[in-house]
Every structure is written in C-alpha cells, then in structure tokens.
Write a protein that binds this ligand. Sequence first.
Ligand code: ARG
Length: 268
Amino acid sequence: MNRKFMKTVALTMVAAMGFLMAGCSTDTANSDETAAAGSFTTVTEGTLTMATNAFFPPYEYYEGDQIVGIDAEIAQAVADKLGLELVIEDVEFDSIIAGVQSGMYDIGCAGMTVTEERMQSVNFTTTYATGIQSIIVTEGSDITDLDSLIASGCMVGVQTGTTGDLYMSDEVGEDRMDRYNKGNDAVLALLNGVVGAVVIDNQPAQAFVAANEGLVILETPYTVEDYAMCVSKENEALLAAINEALAELQADGTIDAIIETYIPSEEA
Ligand code: ARG
C-alpha cells in the first residue's frame, strides 16, 4: 500500500467517524424524544387498541364477557405505563397481522410467535414469553409422536394461520389439514373423531386437556418459540415506547408475577 493511498484511507476513516458521530447524536436525540410521553401516535388517541384471538388460555380467554389472561394483563400494564386506555378486540388470529399493518389496531398481542416471515410484515417487540408446539390426541390413540402422526394418515386439526398450521402443512400436506378459527373448535373436532390429532401451543394444549376428559398431550420435536407483540412497521415510536415499558415491567418483576399467576412454576 503506498503512502498516498494510506492517507486517503485515513482521511476517509476520519470523515466516516465524523459522520458516525453525527449519526449517533441524532439518534440519541431521537430516542430521548421517544422516551418522552406522547411522542408516539395510536389508532385512537389516548387508547391502545390490541387485537387478539381470545380462545388461547392462559394467554387470552373469556371469563364471563371479560377477556383475561397473560397477554391481557401484560398489555394492560404496558398501557398503564404509556398513559393509555387498553381496548381489546377479539378477532380471527389470521387477520391480526393484516389489521396491524393497515392501521386498524396498534398491537397484536396473542401468544404470537416471532417468525422471519411475519417480520417481513410487522415489527415485533421484545419477547415476553415462550411456547412449544404440542400434539393432542385421544387417550389410547396409536399416535404417540410426530412420526406416528405423519404415518397415521389421520386428519390434523390446527388453528388457521398459526405456527402449528405452518409446521403441519409441511409435515402432512394440505389434504390432511383441517383448519379452525378457534383452538377450541379444533379440540372439539378431535373429541368428535373428525381429526386424529390437534397441533397447538403447549399452554393452551394443557388448558384444553384439563377441561376435557380423554385427551393426552404428546411432545413435538419443534423447539421453543418466542412470543412478542406485533406493531406496524410505520409506528417505530410506539414500538420503542412499548419496548421501554416491557423492559421496566421485566426489571421490576411484574411480567414474571403475571405469568406465575397463570402458569405456576411447578407446572411450567
Ligand atoms: N403461537 C402460535 C402462533 O403465533 C399460536 C398463537 C395463537 N394465538 C391465539 N391467541 N389464538 O402462530
């Protein structure tokens, strides 16, 4: 390398550093702004509109006409921190992302797994919980694991648009998929012998098995999934504000306490 070239490189580096430093200070100003109350916008002023599908205990389910559960409580705690009133809309799971994208809802909060594909459409907050896919079968079923489920030729029940739906479509093919808008309806189909197995996240699986006689849960080889809220890619200020609220709720133990209420650790 000749001297002149070295000099050019050095100068370019200095210029780049100046540039970076300028970039840094602008960023800091921006994030300070984000931290200030009221710098984000929501669909309806003063309200945090959350879309969920409320047939997914213990994350969201009805108690009378109230939607309760881990997601409902965490979203409430976030809304409180942001000085917003929480409004929960119960919609079909596979319409949540489109509704967040098109500005109908501020957040999707529905035991929603962070996936690469969904990240093309929406932003995800930091993760606040995890899940694993499970197989539910009737007691005494010949299906004892994923391989025997695949070999069985049985129909497989899933909730439309969930990760269970995605995985099973790959494993058994379209012809053997029976899709339902609610997890409960898939479980009902299993009880009625319409499907031979249901693939769904482990916590709702446990709740459904506890509520219905004659069902058992099998493990799948699928690994841990991260649950997070989704926010429109257009609303980075809201994403930042929610992440800040989540970090505080994580640090002061609120999130752990909420999860512990619904999933006592000896069961987890
Ligand atoms: N974790 C799965 C997914 O993201 C299922 C979520 C279903 N949630 C619900 N509230 N019904 O695809």
